[in-house]
Design a binder for this molecule. Structure first.
Ligand code: HEC
Length: 181
């Protein structure tokens, strides 16, 4: 083998090595670019938090039927019986005492968290608004879901007929009857 031939072989080996490393460098660059592109895409498809909140609220509302229709056929007498589930913590008579929960006289269409001398949870105190029929319907369905952080330890009334009876009974416990919805 002449020196010339040895040189040629060495030269081709060197060229091959250079080509292979160039390919791998370019490959890395390409993959990196792809990744940056993907990262950008991921950033662009950002989820709008407010939207997803609305969806959650809508599904919650869908799940709970409106009470208005049920009130017309509800029974206050049955509501009084159902109130036994509440008596451990609530009174409903005028000037009734606060127990574990606040007195419930004159509740409908009155400001939430408004009973004097009762220490409400921050969650209920900050909710704001009035106890309209639908608010009560939602609250009594699942108190801890409707007002997250409430200290009312009651799992809720699942049957809308029972909630209607109870709400109609609570409506009677007031100086003047709130108009039906
Ligand atoms: C284990 C005790 C307990 C039971 C049982 C219970 N509650 Fe309550 N309730 C509470 C407490 C405590 C609060 C105050 C919640 C807060 O501050 O977060 C409350 C608050 C309320 C409020 C809001 C009053 C306001 O002034 O804003 C209503 C309405 C209510 N309860 C209705 C009922 C009804 C109706 C029942 C029966 C189906 C019931 N509760 C059963 C403890 C109870």
């Amino acid at each position: 083998m002449s020196w010339l031939e040895v040189n040629k072989i060495l030269a081709s080996i060197i060229v091959a090595v250079i080509i292979v490393s160039l390919i791998s460098i370019f490959g890395d660059i390409l993959i990196n670019q792809n990744m940056t592109q993907k990262a950008k895409n991921a950033y662009l498809i950002e989820i709008d938090e407010e939207d997803s909140g609305d969806v959650a609220e809508e599904t919650q509302n869908l799940e709970i039927e409106e009470i208005a229709v049920f009130l017309s056929s509800a029974s206050s007498d049955n509501g009084e019986k159902l109130f036994k589930k509440c008596t451990a913590c609530h009174t409903y008579e005028k000037d009734g005492a606060n127990k574990v929960g606040p007195n419930l006289w004159g509740l409908i269409n009155n400001q939430k968290a408004n009973v004097e001398g009762f220490a409400y949870s921050q969650a209920l105190a900050e909710t704001g608004g009035k106890w309209g029929y639908e608010e009560l319907n939602n609250f009594l369905y699942k108190p801890k879901e409707y007002i997250k952080g409430t200290k009312m330890n009651f799992s809720g009334l699942k049957k809308i007929e029972e909630r209607a009876d109870l709400i109609l009974f609570l409506r009677d416990q007031a100086e003047t009857l709130a108009p039906l919805p």
